[in-house]
Ligand binder design. Structure first.
Ligand code: HEC
Ligand code: HEC
Length: 280
């Protein structure tokens, strides 16, 4: 490398170091401002401030999320855009037949999910809602809950709410489910007898082996995990974390994980939707 090249590299390193420690501002494509810290909602007694997982990542990784051209999730997004207008099922419809432009129809949707569905009398995750549309509105087969197509669709829909604060309802008819999720969050699982709170509330900002522990927020989900080289779904992440405590885990889409998702989402009320995020 010539002298100019070396100098440029040095400057880039210094500059990215500054972003991590001082400003630490996540602005996507130079225009979408993401709230990565906020006062904890009053029903979370163990935290004063909530932080997006982005704040715990190294500058080089943080940068991958600042530009959609660098975000490795962009290929999955391209596929999801195609899928949006693909006709499937007995009714001869695509998502676009009813919802038209994803940009307009899905803006704000991610921010309020999981959400109570009055007709069904249950809390629905975004994935549950998408599968209901597939089976009931399209006459198509349900997608695998944490499969590639579902995760891509969630990322595409999530993107339309980027920058908007997460705002899931914890009271009203959703309260019972939320309570169940809260109980799960503090339950100690497995041989290691660890709860979600043991790591993500009591020990965030500490290191566990090589991992810088975050608060385990889901405002950035689905997340592109570099380690797995693909987008992963919220329940998939929950499953991995529970497995790490050497406990029996629940399945993606199970009522337990739906409740846990509602509760974990509510711990991030006030942070921006950041999907699709990039994580180690
Ligand atoms: C035949 C029309 C139709 C098709 C096709 C359809 N949907 Fe829907 N979708 C609806 C209706 C109606 C609702 C409102 C349902 C409700 O509130 O119970 C809805 C609701 C939704 C919502 C929740 C919106 C909100 O504000 O809560 C999402 C997300 C969604 N659809 C995604 C999809 C996706 C993705 C596809 C394609 C795989 C799809 N839909 C296909 C009719 C359709
Ligand atoms: C033994 C410690 C440990 C326990 C217990 C644990 N996790 Fe994690 N979790 C991790 C580590 C390590 C990571 C990766 C680094 C990070 O983002 O915190 C992680 C990441 C996550 C993430 C991704 C955050 C992001 O921004 O990408 C979520 C969400 C999460 N955990 C939720 C949970 C939930 C819910 C539970 C309880 C069912 C749980 N975790 C239990 C260690 C744990």
């Amino acid at each position: 490398m010539n002298k100019t090249g070396l100098l440029m590299t040095a400057v880039a390193l210094v500059a990215s170091g500054v972003w991590a420690q001082d400003d630490n501002q996540l602005v996507i494509n130079g225009e979408i401002e993401i709230i990565t810290d906020a006062p904890a909602p009053e029903y979370i007694s163990g935290l004063d401030t909530i932080y997006s997982g982005w704040r715990f990542r190294q500058p080089a990784m943080q940068q991958l999320e600042m530009d959609d051209f660098e975000n490795p999730a962009s290929l999955a997004i391209d596929d999801a855009v195609e899928q949006w207008s693909m006709v499937e099922g007995s009714e001869g419809k695509s998502c676009a037949s009813c919802h038209e432009d994803v940009e307009d129809s899905m803006a704000g949707v991610r921010a309020v999910y999981p959400k109570w569905n009055e007709g069904a009398g249950e809390v629905r995750t975004l994935a549950n809602q998408i599968n209901t549309c597939r089976t009931e509105n399209m006459g198509a087969e349900a997608w695998k809950y944490d499969g590639t197509q579902m995760t891509g669709a969630e990322a595409l829909i999530g993107m339309q709410s980027r920058g908007m604060p997460v705002n899931v309802a914890v009271d009203g008819p959703a309260h019972e489910t939320w309570k169940k999720g809260e109980e799960m969050y503090y339950t100690r699982y497995g041989q290691l007898e660890l709860s979600c709170a043991s790591c993500h509330e009591e020990n965030y900002d500490n290191y566990i082996r090589a991992d810088h522990l975050s608060q385990g927020q889901i405002n950035g989900f689905p997340a592109f995990r570099l380690k797995q080289n693909r987008l992963i779904q919220t329940h998939n992440r929950f499953k991995g974390c529970i497995r790490d405590t050497r406990a029996e885990t629940f399945s993606p889409g199970s009522p337990e994980f739906v409740a846990l998702e509602l509760y974990v989402a509510s711990r991030g009320n006030g942070l921006s939707v950041e999907a699709p995020s990039v994580r180690p």
